[in-house]
Design a binder for this molecule. Structure first.
Ligand SMILES: *Cc1c(COP(=O)(O)O)cnc(C)c1O
Length: 387
């Protein structure tokens, strides 16, 4: 069980700094020691107390598990070796051959591959719902549906899904609602408080935030997390102690990083809206975004991800990207450094140009992940690249 170390009355930033760590005795280090050992001395004649890195029960693993559970407001959480490892084990703990998984069509490319290729070959039925269609969830749920999977906000369009409304449907139907909340982080949204059953993160993104660790998170009830832990152990998806140590350090600044990134992105989105070279700005913080009012209800911040379309189309995006100097052209998101990337060459490369256009990602669409630099410098970089 978690949540006992610091009462929930502490704010998110306090939890991010100290959650899951007991007050330490005089002479103890302030930073958690890195315990880079796979094996630990055991008692004789019992399997009780067997610590092993692959079981996820060694010191650096346990600190981040507790801290993230507190940040998400969940009973328990597990840290895994990647976001994909988290999604795989989270869903394998819910689904058996013959079960049906109903997924949003607005999901990460790797997740789509996992569902459509791996899960289908294991005898799990998978279907995709376009959340824009009215009553789509109610109409596509089946007798054998065991889980609904959504990503919200969705990458790279920032589309938001009405989690509380979907949670009511899921509860009534006895179906688990799983939310990939990577883009929001627990600073901008806590899906479990909104009625979701399971939260997944690619902790590679905001939770760590420094472009130097690959890891993932699953949060939910204690009994469910035990199931996920069993999957993690046998599928070999546990994280390394050093990854957990770095994640713990990254988490300490989660609140300030995410808030700074929220502020920067809002300012940059507003500035971009005034530029004739930009034909469209996709940012859920702007009133013209289709989900702006829903986002205001569900989110505490609009996040650091936005996308732009250039009036000159794909060629103009190519020219613009080559000219960027402060913003690096790189995939991934959610870190302290600002990055730009075209989804057609990264997260959405597996789709055809027409399929992408149908999900709102035409060619000439550039995704920006805004970091924590001074926003004036980011704007200046964009301005010189537009010339
Ligand atoms: C990056 C990402 C993933 C996959 O995470 P990894 O850490 O790269 O395995 C899953 N979902 C979303 C929304 C992501 O952005």
């Amino acid at each position: 069980m978690t949540g006992e170390k610091l009462p929930r009355k502490f704010g998110q930033s306090t939890i991010a700094v100290r959650g899951g760590v007991e007050p330490r005795a005089s002479g103890s280090p302030i930073a958690s020691p890195l315990v880079q050992s796979v094996n630990f001395v055991q008692d004789f004649g019992t399997a009780e107390g067997l610590l092993y890195t692959r079981y996820g029960n060694t010191p650096n693993e346990e600190i981040v598990q507790k801290r993230i559970a507190m940040l998400e407001g969940s009973e328990d959480a597990l840290v895994l070796s990647s976001g994909m490892g988290a999604t795989s084990c989270a869903m394998l703990a819910l689904l058996r051959p013959g079960d049906h998984l109903l997924s949003s069509s607005w999901i990460y490319g790797g997740t789509r591959q996992l569902f459509s290729e791996e899960f289908v070959s294991m005898g799990i039925e998978v279907s995709y719902a376009n959340p824009d269609e009215r009553r789509v969830w109610r109409n596509t749920i089946r007798q054998n549906t065991r889980a609904i999977f959504i990503e919200a906000p969705a990458n790279p369009t920032g589309r938001v899904i009405d989690i509380p409304q979907l949670a009511i449907l899921a509860k009534n139907q006895g179906v688990a609602l799983v939310v990939d909340s990577t883009l929001a982080s627990p600073i901008n949204c806590r899906p479990i408080e909104l009625g979701a059953d399971v939260v997944i993160h690619s902790a590679t993104k905001y939770l760590n935030g420094h472009h130097d660790v690959l890891c993932g998170v699953v949060a939910g009830t204690s009994s469910y997390i035990e199931e996920v832990r069993r999957k993690m152990m046998v599928w070999g998806q546990a994280p390394d102690p050093f990854a957990c140590w770095l994640l713990e350090r990254g988490l300490k600044t989660l609140d300030v990083r995410v808030k700074r990134s929220n502020e920067n992105t809002m300012r940059i989105a507003e500035w971009l809206g005034t530029r004739p070279e930009i034909s469209k700005v996709h940012y859920v913080g702007l009133p013209e975004h289709p989900d702006h009012s829903l986002a205001k209800k569900l989110l505490d911040g609009f996040g650091g991800l936005m996308s732009i379309e250039l009036a000159g189309g794909a060629e103009a995006v190519d020219r613009f990207s080559r000219r960027l100097r402060l913003i690096s052209y790189a995939s991934s998101l959610g870190g302290v450094d600002s990055l730009a990337v075209e989804p057609r060459f990264s997260s959405h490369a597996h789709m055809t140009s027409e399929e992408r256009a149908a999900t709102g990602i035409p060619d000439g669409f550039l995704r920006l992940s805004i970091g924590i630099e001074n926003f004036e410098d980011i704007i200046a970089d964009i301005e010189q690249a537009l010339q």
